[in-house]
Design a protein around this ligand. Structure first.
Ligand code: KIV
Ligand code: ZN
Length: 532
């Protein structure tokens, strides 16, 4: 193994996805996995196969969908977990089983109720068994940073002798400091006789905001794998952010002297894809991928930038895939310029998609003078898959005001036929969604509704993200328009089209408890319109 190569182990789809608000359905996970492969990560942790049939299925599907990247599944140190992990990853070109057991006394006594000796036995059995199935085994000592160092060395030596070729030392609770991480790794390197047979990995959580600093300290001390997630999503305060650790190692090559296999120009696009899939916005001042990460507002800074961009820029926006061209599009822009912009923004679309998106763009130009990159990203993301939509919005009229109920008259189109209905509600969005529900004759509850402006000005596009639920599960939808009611209807239609078509849910339905939220359905079966 070259000593100057750091392997990037991406756990966005496992540690990241289990964080509240970030769940993804099967298609979304596959899309994300392919994007991570293009980004150049070395290992994708695709999920925790034993945790649910849905997780098993997505790990299995990802294992078959990617080729150039190792696919790992997490497993507790239990035979049934290891079997599930192996069955899920075995079709991958490069499969890995990632076995873990907590090793701190706190976890052993209070969580696992195991003695140190019993834990060693579990590790011996589980790693040996995993290695009998798969060549590539990673073993993680959960809560490593609060584990007694001599016991840690015993565990590491044993796991390597049983076949583990990667040893992960997680800072599970985000408690360690960079100095402590360095000492821990030095200790392991000098006290474990077979450590040269394994790659040391860092997996740091961000509870004290030190996940990236701790991962980097691990690399400086000799770790050659870093486990991270896009935008740092993950349990509690999250994990080390992939884009930060990668750009730190690249920008400060003078300090760390190591390389990753990441194609950094893909970073922004991949982070935006995650945001568009999950509907969670990237914080504007987020390092590397935030909208302001390369913006220079103050006069002094702008002056410096004009003289020499190195005065206030330690890396170029282009190096992370942020285009600096000033090609602003508007109603006079042709399809050629529009297509060029799509490519610059990292999209590769078919001719039919380009035609459809260009038509959407032209419609938007009638309502909005200039179209920014962010508008185009919002348009593309909100209309992707629109060709295959079951129900489409034909037209709507909404009447709304204070001291009155709102009325919505909606026309939807399905298979070339137009359907129309009217509903009343306490507000225009509510009335519109009730009318949709009446037309499609399929009750659903609205679990989440978020409205935000895509850009700053008065003519900004409004972007609506919804989550709707029926007995089969929860579905996400997105709609974009200069008219927020239209954006709301479009988002609901995007979600119900997934619900009624073949789209998979972001969380499974709970038919047993369906009765409990039936009362929450938007449709008014008793037709007492306006009761809410
Ligand atoms: O944080 C942690 O310790 C983990 C392990 C399961 C690797 O996520
Ligand atoms: Zn973790």
């Amino acid at each position: 193994m070259a000593d100057d190569r750091v392997y990037i182990f991406d756990t966005t789809l496992r540690d990241g996805e289990q964080a509240p608000g970030y769940s993804m359905n099967l298609e979304e996970k596959i899309k994300m996995a392919k994007a991570l492969e293009s980004l150049g990560v070395d290992i994708i942790e695709a999920g925790f196969a034993i945790s649910s049939p849905g997780d098993f299925e997505s790990v299995r599907a990802i294992a078959s969908a990617v080729t150039n990247v190792t696919v790992a599944s997490l497993a507790r140190a239990l035979k049934k977990d290891i079997d599930a992990a192996w069955n899920a990853v075995k079709e991958a070109k490069k499969p890995r089983i990632h076995v873990f057991l907590a090793t701190s006394d706190l976890h052993l006594e209070h969580k696992l109720r195991l003695t140190r000796e019993e834990a060693l036995e579990r590790i011996r059995e589980s790693v040996t068994y995993a290695h009998s199935l798969c060549d590539d085994i990673e073993f993680s000592l959960e809560d490593a940073t609060r584990t007694d160092l001599d016991y840690m060395c015993q565990v590491v030596e044993l796991a390597i002798s049983c076949g583990a070729s990667t040893i992960n030392l997680p800072d599970t609770v985000g408690y360690a400091t960079p100095g402590e991480i360095a000492k821990m790794i030095e200790y392991v390197k000098s006290h474990v006789s077979n450590i040269d047979k394994a790659r040391i990995s860092m997996h740091c959580h961000d509870d004290l905001g030190l996940a990236v600093a701790n991962s980097a300290a691990g690399v400086a001390a000799g770790a050659r794998q870093v486990e991270c997630t896009l935008c740092g999503i993950g349990e509690r305060a999250g994990n080390a952010a992939l884009e930060e650790i990668v750009m730190l190692l690249k920008t400060r090559h003078d300090v760390y002297g190591v390389d990753t296999g990441i194609n950094t120009k893909e970073i922004t696009r991949t982070a935006r894809l995650l945001s568009s899939i999950t509907g969670v916005k990237i914080f504007p001042s987020k390092a590397i991928v935030g909208a302001n990460a390369f913006a220079h507002e103050s006069g002094i800074h702008q002056h410096g930038m004009m003289a020499d961009s190195r005065t206030y820029e330690i890396m170029t926006p282009e190096s992370v895939g942020v285009s600096q061209t000033n090609l602003v599009l508007g109603k006079h822009s042709g399809q050629h310029a529009f297509a060029k912009k799509l490519v610059e923004l990292g999209y590769s679309v078919t001719k039919e998609e380009e035609d459809r998106l260009f038509a959407e763009f032209k419609k938007t130009c009638d309502r909005k003078k200039t179209i920014s990159d962010r508008d185009i990203v919002a348009l593309v993301e909100s209309t992707s898959g629109a060709d295959s939509q079951l129900w489409q919005l034909e037209s709507f009229v909404v009447n709304s005001g204070n001291h009155m109920d709102s009325t919505a008259c909606i026309c939807l189109k399905k298979d070339g036929k137009v359907y129309k209905d009217v509903a009343i509600g306490t507000g225009p969005v509510y009335a519109s969604l009730r009318a949709v529900e009446k037309i499609i004759k399929h009750p659903f509850s609205l679990d989440d509704y978020q409205l935000q402006a895509v850009t700053e000005h008065r003519d900004a596009l409004g972007e609506v993200l919804v989550k709707v639920t029926d007995a089969s599960g929860t579905y996400r939808g997105r709609g974009v328009s200069t008219d927020v009611i239209e954006a709301s209807i479009l988002s609901a239609l995007a979600a119900v089209n997934k619900m009624l078509g073949n789209g998979s849910a972001i969380s499974a339905g709970q038919s047993a408890s369906m009765m409990s939220f039936e009362n929450d359905m938007l449709i008014d079966h008793t037709d007492k319109a306006g009761a809410r």
